[in-house]
Design a protein around this ligand. Sequence first.
Ligand code: SF4
Ligand code: SF4
Length: 395
Amino acid sequence: MTNFSNSQPVFIARCEDYNEDHLYLILKESFDTLGIDHTVFAGKNVLLKPNLVMAKNPDAAATTHPAFARAVARLALDLGAASVTLADSPGGPFSEAYVSVVYNTCGMKLAAKDGLFALNSDFGFSEVHTSGVKLKTLNVINAFLKADVIVDLCRLKTHSLTGMSCAVKNLFGVVPGVEKFQMHSNFPEVGNFSEMLVDLAQYVTSEKTFIAVCDAIVSMEGNGPSHGMPKKTGMVLVSRSPFALDVIGERIMFGAKGDNTAVIRHLDIAAGRGIMPRNWQDIEVVGETDYDVFEFAPPDTGAGYLLKNLPNFLGGKLVDTFSARPVINTKKCVGCGRCADSCPKKTIRIGRRGEKGKKIAVIFRENCIKCYCCQELCPLGAVDTKQHFLIKLIH
Ligand code: SF4
Ligand code: SF4
């Protein structure tokens, strides 16, 4: 029997609402079941790492609901934590001014108002070295380095590039601000990028005491991680392994279509490295074992789902060639320039339609690496994607 390096049970509970007291009880039960007790937290500095991809109201389902931050903070303090701090590095500048707007819009400022947990005020970062396969050095935010325990407060979502955003992808937020765009450039195409994500998650879980708590009460389908549709799934997931949690998260998202229909590269890579089993049947589930599975609408890029149906001769790197390309929706675009700022290849320009026409973004396709950062971070959802005509034919 294979010995996996990071396979842990996944606790699942049904949960229909964001009532903080109810969540606290569910999380307490999950910690009791998984053996997460005062020995984990006593005297420790705890970092809550939510998914705050951009400034959005929690009802949009793009960001972790603040009730999770409060419930986990209460539990950590009850178990003896010395301090609880919430920190994220959203897609944009890692500055007090920018992050403050994100915290406020996402409801985290209000959640922290009574002092239950602190909002990170250190916007510094430091270089670290990893023993990763692809990722050897990177900068990480100081709030991560200062913490003893990391609680990965992810939300279950589709993702235009990686297919899903859950416990593993959420850890990308320990990389400071716009350096994330550079990482997309350094690791172009979903295969390279997913290798990097696995390296990063292995680094985080080897450096810190780690717990993943997933907000799957209302998840996101379609054009995640920012512009998809909320999808009621009614669950909370907890695990000591981000990899095991993602395998079960993948089943919840895509399992109604049948097993092995999704293409989540970072899970294939992690399983190939012997980190955890690839099949959900081989991951131990505790708590609600008879959980619901769904058929999430995939992103328009086809990531994580439609591309599975490509014939084999189009597999591997060719999938990247045939994946959808970003296109500007000129009716919605207001020329704000956020997409140009976030483009790792600097292949977006802001121009005018005619001499006095309105400002709009223009994508120069030649250098585009299809990372979809522009789509993810456009505040107006004005970046669509266009499927390759061959893929349209197949479907
Ligand atoms: S596509 Fe979106 S982010 Fe880019 S300029 Fe237009 S409105 Fe701004
Ligand atoms: S145009 Fe968009 S998808 Fe293409 S490289 Fe730039 S940010 Fe990435």
